[in-house]
Design a protein around this ligand. Structure first.
Ligand SMILES: [Zn+2]
Length: 378
């Protein structure tokens, strides 16, 4: 007998647990233990791993035939801080008003995690008898995929993560399947010099003067790649610049940051080399974040099935933000990946964040259909 879990009530239970990720501090452990306690009685093998105290991720697998590839689901249970504006609904109250479930993480993305956990529990007997299922529920996604990076690095998870045939990322898409998201290459460009009194600049070596021309050279940077049919063009933004100490000293250090979003087919190492050549030898580039883009051919048979199931007659979309899939996909042998979840993308990180209750129910149904289809496909 399959255990029955109501995905809406599970979303509410998860929202009531405060898992705010603030400057890399947080506590995802209660959420992770709650989920493991639901999954274990259904036969799931559960491994809880921590990348820091109280920062736990969960990998759960329900057997099935080891010769057949498993279907994987992933989601994160950390949430972003509440922001400065006051909330009209308690951010940890999980109130339902007019079909909207309010709370931090309701859209991004505890509803998605709750929906796939409810779906696999409802299908547990069939999963155990057929191709298996792997769940990867991470901590620390919002601060740079820390939990996913930790999971991907652990050799003790090799067996649980082996032989995965496809991956569903339950990030908020309003139940619309996405076949791609951009990669991210974040860099810091530094110039250094020698300080001196501001009244005697000839005795110093001004780091800002070295940085400025390098920065301006980036304004019209040409990536030299054609527009991607689904993902569009790569982008580059200089988001922060810092240098100097005060008005009357020659600055001996200055830096700016680059936020580059790439499309499928771009080689980050080659791009970094091109930027270094353009910026010149006086600029040192440091790595801040490097996550690959995710792209699955919209014509892939499984992608076509998922798209037709959720949005008949439409093509899958693409987004600019990145997800844990950028890290996990390489660990899962580049399995075909769809981003599909009940949350509202425009509600992510907002004040009075909510998720539509009907979408949580619908997502659970979609995930069950995807699981049922997988038994015939794998
Ligand atoms: Zn998210």
């Amino acid at each position: 007998m399959n255990p029955q879990v109501d995905p809406v009530e599970l979303t509410r239970a998860l929202v009531r647990m405060n898992t705010v990720n603030r400057d890399g501090q947080g506590d995802e452990t209660p959420c992770i233990e709650h989920l493991a306690a639901l999954l274990r009685p259904a036969g799931f093998a559960c491994r809880i791993v921590e990348f820091a105290p109280r920062r736990a991720s969960l990998v759960a697998r329900l057997g099935g035939d080891p010769a057949r590839p498993a279907l994987a689901f992933t989601g994160h249970v950390d949430v972003v801080p509440l922001g400065a504006a006051p909330w009209r609904h308690d951010p940890f109250g999980a109130e339902i008003v007019d079909g909207k479930l309010y709370g931090r993480g309701s859209s991004d993305m505890k509803s998605g995690v709750a929906a796939f956990v409810a779906a696999v529990l409802a299908e547990a007997d069939a999963i155990a008898a057929g191709a298996g299922v792997v769940l990867i529920v991470t901590a620390g996604e919002e601060s740079g995929c820390e939990g996913a990076i930790d999971v991907a690095r652990r050799p003790e998870l090799n067996e649980m993560l082996a032989n995965v045939g496809a991956l569903v990322v339950a990030e908020p898409t309003g139940n619309r399947p996405l076949a791609a998201h951009k990669g991210a290459l974040w860099l810091r460009a530094r110039a250094s010099g020698t300080t001196a009194h501001g009244s005697m600049p000839e005795r110093g070596d001004n780091a800002i003067y070295k940085l400025a021309p390098a920065l301006l050279a980036l304004r019209d940077f040409d990536f030299g790649v054609a527009e991607h049919a689904l993902m569009g063009r790569p982008t580059l933004n200089v988001g922060l610049i810092q240098g100097g100490l005060n008005i009357n000293s020659v600055p001996d250090a200055a830096h700016f940051t680059l936020d580059i979003r790439t499309v499928a087919g771009q080689d980050h190492a080659a791009l970094r080399q091109r930027l270094q050549t353009l910026l010149g030898p006086q600029i040192a580039l440091e790595d801040v974040l490097d996550t690959a883009s995710v792209f699955t051919d919209p014509q892939h048979p499984w992608m076509r099935f998922v798209t037709e199931l959720c949005t008949p007659g439409e093509a899958p979309g693409s987004v600019a933000y990145f997800t844990d899939a950028a890290i996990l996909r390489a660990r899962l042998d580049d399995a075909p990946t769809v981003i599909l979840g009940p949350g509202e993308a425009h509600m992510a990180h907002q004040t009075d964040e909510y998720c539509l209750v009907e979408r949580i129910v619908a997502a659970t149904g979609f995930y069950r259909r995807i699981l049922a289809d997988w038994r015939t496909r794998a």
